[in-house]
Ligand binder design. Structure first.
Ligand SMILES: NS(=O)(=O)c1ccc2oc(NC(=O)c3ccccc3)nc2c1
Ligand SMILES: [Zn+2]
Length: 261
């Protein structure tokens, strides 16, 4: 049937375990974070984001999300501290969002989801030679998750949403230079952290998750611009709107979620 030809990832989370058995593993992401059940760890220091020398390259529609990629030849833009033993290099950031009126974050907080979630993906270049190698190692990646809550316009998110018309179709890419994602951070860097995975195939259990407690505020109109993107390519007859590209929370399987102060 059409569904068989439809790519496996596009058929969504319920079928991923067929080709990626790790989907039912012991450290899958996202999760529902229950604040009063997290353990406050005084040994957990603050995180530091050294993004001032970062070099963004382009913005692309990879058929699952919209991704801004960075040059990572050295430690010019890194996240360090917190639960991390090494600096982790910024590789890319991307978003997950819902459909009209329904929420689209991946992590939830006491069962509540936000309109969208931003992921800044970093890799451990001290221990591993390439991103690909790090992506399969238990301490290979560190992803900073930031919730987007609807309210007033976000003055800097416009730089992203104004570029989305250029990458409407799957497989499209356009230059996107000199963007510093520091402008997308909330005022507080307090966070929860736990050991998890990539939230889309190949679902590698290689991510140290750092989820900020404070969301950034963006307007519903700005989130709606993300929904003009398509899952489908320019050459395909059927146009499928890119929305609800989030994986639902996965079983905690006894994991501890730690809280910074
Ligand atoms: N939603 S997620 O868990 O943050 C997540 C999920 C799946 C991912 O695949 C990649 N691959 C690269 O970035 C990459 C970048 C350059 C070369 C090869 C791969 N990053 C991911 C992040
Ligand atoms: Zn993501």
């Amino acid at each position: 049937s059409i569904r068989n030809t439809f790519c496996l990832v596009c058929q969504g989370p319920p079928v991923w375990h067929k080709n990626y058995p790790v989907a039912q593993g012991n450290r899958q992401s996202p999760i529902d974070i229950i604040p009063h059940q997290t353990s406050h760890d005084p040994g957990l220091g603050p995180i530091t984001l050294n993004y001032d020398q970062c070099t963004s390259i382009n913005i692309t529609n990879n058929g699952h999300s919209v991704v801004v990629e960075f040059e990572d030849p050295d430690d010019r833009s890194v996240i360090l501290g917190g639960p991390l033993d090494n600096p982790y290099r910024l590789k890319q950031f991307h978003f997950h969002w819902g459909g009209k009126g329904c929420h689209g974050s991946e992590h939830t907080v006491s069962g509540n989801s936000y309109a969208s979630e931003l992921h800044l993906v970093h890799w451990n270049a001290v221990k591993y030679k390439t991103f690909g190698e790090a992506a399969t190692a238990p301490d290979g990646l560190a992803v900073l998750g930031i919730f987007l809550e609807t309210g007033d316009d976000h003055r800097w998110l416009h730089m992203i949403t104004d570029a989305l018309y250029m990458v409407k179709f799957k497989g499209s890419v356009t230059d996107f230079k000199a963007f510093n994602p520091k402008c997308l951070l909330p005022s507080s860097l307090h966070y929860w952290t736990y050991l998890g995975s990539l939230t889309t195939p190949p679902l590698h259990e290689s991510v140290i998750w750092i989820v900020l407690k404070e969301p950034i505020i963006v307007s519903e109109k700005q989130v709606h611009v993300f929904r003009m993107l398509l899952f489908t390519g320019e050459e395909e007859d059927e146009r499928i709107r890119m929305e609800n590209n989030f994986r639902p929370p996965q079983p905690l399987k006894g994991r501890k979620v730690r809280s910074s102060n």
